[in-house]
Design a protein around this ligand. Structure first.
Ligand code: SOE
Length: 398
């Protein structure tokens, strides 16, 4: 009833064109659907098109998620008048061409991490994002762990000075999904597709998360990388984390399996990072500890609803790490969800990412993490690789 006083006009729709429909494609599709159901948003995001080269697979995805249109050519999608935002969930070698074309066509962009495969690509993407922003077109890189309430709350504690002067960052991202040498050579293990291995896939999250929580950036690093399994069976399809081998032939692994590095931040804190896909028993252990003069925080994604906080101002007899269950309505993002203690999961971090981007687009403000933040991560990745190649020499972040 449009003229009833009770009538509330539906918010306008933000039409999302999703490129890619594997693991990341599904979690993004789910996030776009959940965001307006749980959060009050000034515009309502809706995935109206999914794009993939294989029409049958993309069509099956569209049916499953209730997406109206299927496209098989990303170039047609970014030029289409029927979408407002391009969401890029494909391997890294396609990030720069798609993002730049989309921004030039006036489409907002959400791009999966890492932003690009090289610093040159990242710089070109930043330039395209800057010029698009002058026309009110926004861009964001998908460092989704910023949407973890406990991580966002740690950031608030640091910003409020509860940790004092930060001295140490200790970050680890541990997985074990390619320990089996029979696991196939999926795109994440190919340099020309992924840019790097554990370093860029999961180490990149750590670099972004450490910068987000502390507000500090690395200025120099010293690194070691290793590829433990140098050849793997060719995959049956270019699949993801659960791919199977085709049973015909082997190929070279051209990325790192593990990366370790240490560094110094712009305010003089010392940092250590470890990213590996060979930590047997660790599935998605994203761990971050920060020690400051006034206190410390510790987080592990395998218990993502918890943040451990040590308040060094307390008398020694009472102090010590205590567990904060980050599920209160006062905690970041939690006002929209379940009652205290009922907990969130991996997918919610992507919902929060979608919410932040949607709100920024509606407000005409620059979302974070920006392409510039993504390019910073890219420069650290490049410095880590350069240091490892030169025998772990201390290497400036360019
Ligand atoms: C695989 O290592 C992966 O899916 C990453 O690509 C994601 O960024 C991370 O969130 C989970 O693990």
């Amino acid at each position: 009833m449009p003229d009833s006083p009770e009538f509330q006009a539906s918010p306008p729709v933000l039409r999302v064109g999703l490129i890619g429909h594997s693991f990341m494609g599904s979690i993004h599709a789910q996030a776009w659907q959940s965001a307006p159901r749980f959060f009050d948003l000034p515009v309502r995001p809706e995935v109206t098109t999914v794009c993939g080269r294989d029409a049958d697979r993309a069509g099956a995805f569209a049916d499953r998620f209730g997406i109206a249109h299927v496209e098989t050519d990303w170039r047609r999608l970014v030029e289409s008048e029927d979408v407002d935002l391009i969401d890029i969930c494909v391997p890294g070698d396609l990030h720069a061409p798609i993002a730049i074309a989309a921004l030039e066509a006036g489409k907002h962009v959400l791009c999966e991490k890492p932003l690009a495969n090289t610093t040159d690509e990242a710089d070109a993407m930043v330039a395209a994002a800057r010029s698009a922003a002058e026309r009110g077109v926004q861009s964001m890189v998908g460092y989704s762990y910023r949407g973890t309430p406990a991580i966002a709350y740690a950031q608030q504690l640091v910003a409020a000075g509860r940790l004092g002067t930060i001295r140490h960052l200790r970050a680890r991202y541990l997985q074990d999904w390619i320990v089996d040498p029979g696991f196939p050579l999926v795109w994440r293990l190919q340099r020309d597709r992924a840019g790097s291995g554990a370093l860029g896939d999961i180490g990149a999250h750590l670099i972004d998360m450490a910068a987000f929580v502390t507000g500090q950036r690395l200025t120099e690093v010293s690194a070691l990388t290793e590829t433990f399994v140098k050849q793997r069976p060719l995959p049956s399809a270019s699949g993801g984390l659960s791919a199977t081998a085709a049973g015909s032939g082997m190929g070279d692994v051209t990325v790192d399996d593990a990366a370790l590095f240490m560094g110094r931040t712009d305010t003089g804190a010392l940092a250590t990072f470890e990213a590996t896909r060979f930590a047997t028993g660790r599935k998605n252990a994203v761990q971050l500890e920060i020690n400051g003069s006034a206190g410390s925080v510790y987080f592990d994604f395998e218990n993502l609803n918890e943040l451990w906080f040590h308040d060094h101002a307390l008398p020694a007899a009472e102090a010590g790490f205590r567990r904060i269950l980050v599920t209160e309505a006062e905690h970041p993002f939690l006002e929209a969800w379940w009652p205290p203690g009922h907990g969130l999961g991996y997918e919610h971090t992507f919902v929060h990412q979608a919410v932040s981007l949607t709100r920024a687009i509606a407000a005409g403000t620059a979302p974070e993490p920006s392409f510039e933040s993504g390019a910073y991560v890219q420069r650290v990745l490049a410095a880590v690789e350069a240091s490892a190649a030169h025998g772990s020499r201390m290497t400036p972040v360019g």
